[in-house]
Design a protein around this ligand. Structure first.
Ligand SMILES: NC(=O)C1=CN([C@@H]2O[C@H](COP(=O)(O)OP(=O)(O)OC[C@H]3O[C@@H](n4cnc5c(N)ncnc54)[C@H](O)[C@@H]3O)[C@@H](O)[C@H]2O)C=CC1
Ligand SMILES: O=C(O)[C@@H]1CCC=N1
Length: 279
């Protein structure tokens, strides 16, 4: 189903309505954004209909219809299809000079600008899925074509879903992707491992889940609400000769810190590969 919404320069068109677009839109709408000004192009019927139903936004089956309705285009498709999606919109981009915001891992502002016909105003953004709850973290990088008003527009869009930080050196966007873009999955992996271990200790599954959920939530709250460094918060849990020390020594002996560094490096390398492979 295609709805015709308000076609204004202030409207936003998401090109791609998958997991990350849903998280951003959910965060924006729950923080008071007007659904009439949010358009999404999504070819999968079920996803499109769910977005319209859940958020009351304007949905379209094809990118051109959504792009025609908005002055800001948010590219939320996979890196592997970004080039062809941009090229299909290049004529319109040259004619209407939208602000293009891409959330794709790896794909550079230079690639996006070229694919959109050259000299496009591009903000490369890297959000994460907690955006759905308004608890997202987004790194933003603007190319030289983005003026102060464009920066403000991009930041306001992503700030509706959580915290934002500007990254002036674009080369660091792959590190941002590896730390905060992919980061929620690392915490979920830890949660899975802790739940498995809790069950292995004999705890019932639902109790194991509750213990892990509330522990991660409480620890995250302490990290964000306290001015103390993580190492100090850890020290306060760790009684000398106690249970935590036994666990921490096991983590250190297993090389947890080096493993985390290698995992984050692998993610950053993959970001650079995605750029090269999809040029
Ligand atoms: N999932 C995450 O946690 C994060 C993802 N990203 C980036 O967001 C982008 C999207 O990722 P996900 O949402 O996870 O993927 P996804 O696969 O859930 O969403 C992509 C959507 O684009 C749609 N699509 C494909 N071709 C299209 C076209 N021509 N026009 C309009 N829509 C089209 C697909 O049907 C799909 O629903 C990727 O580039 C990824 O690097 C960035 C930060 C975090
Ligand atoms: O895994 C990915 O490639 C995307 C980018 C960051 C999070 N998800």
């Amino acid at each position: 189903m295609t709805h015709s919404g308000t076609a204004t320069a202030d409207s936003i068109a998401f090109i791609g309505g998958g997991n990350m677009a849903r998280s951003l839109i959910g965060g924006m709408v729950s923080r008071g954004a007007d659904p009439a000004g949010i358009h999404v192009a999504e070819p999968v019927d079920a996803l499109r209909e769910a977005l319209a139903r859940d958020f009351g936004i304007q949905v379209h089956a094809d990118a051109a219809a959504a792009a025609a309705a908005a002055g800001t285009w948010v590219f939320a498709v996979k890196p592997q299809v970004m080039r062809s999606v941009c090229k299909d919109l290049a004529d319109r981009a040259r004619a209407t000079r939208p602000l293009a915001v891409s959330i794709a891992a790896g794909i550079t502002a230079g690639q996006l600008s070229t694919w959109l016909g050259g000299d496009a105003a591009v903000v490369r953004a890297m959000p994460n899925t907690p955006s759905l709850l308004g608890a997202g973290m987004t790194g933003l990088h603007a190319n030289a074509g983005v003026d102060a008003a464009g920066r403000e527009r991009a930041q306001a869009l992503l700030a509706a879903a959580g915290e934002t930080v500007w990254i002036e050196d674009e080369a660091l966007m792959d590190a941002v992707t590896a730390v905060s873009g992919s980061g929620p999955a690392y915490v979920f992996l830890l949660a899975e491992a802790m739940e498995d271990a809790a069950r292995a200790q004999g705890l019932p599954a639902d109790t194991a889940r509750t213990l892990v959920q509330q522990t991660l939530f409480g620890a995250a709250r302490m990290l964000t609400d306290s001015t103390e460094a993580p190492a100090e918060l850890r020290r306060r849990v760790t009684s000398p000769g106690g249970t935590t020390q036994a666990a921490i020594e096991t983590f250190e002996a297993g090389g947890l810190r080096a493993l985390v560094a290698s995992a984050i490096d692998a993610a950053a390398v993959r970001g650079r590969e995605l750029s090269a492979a999809n040029d």
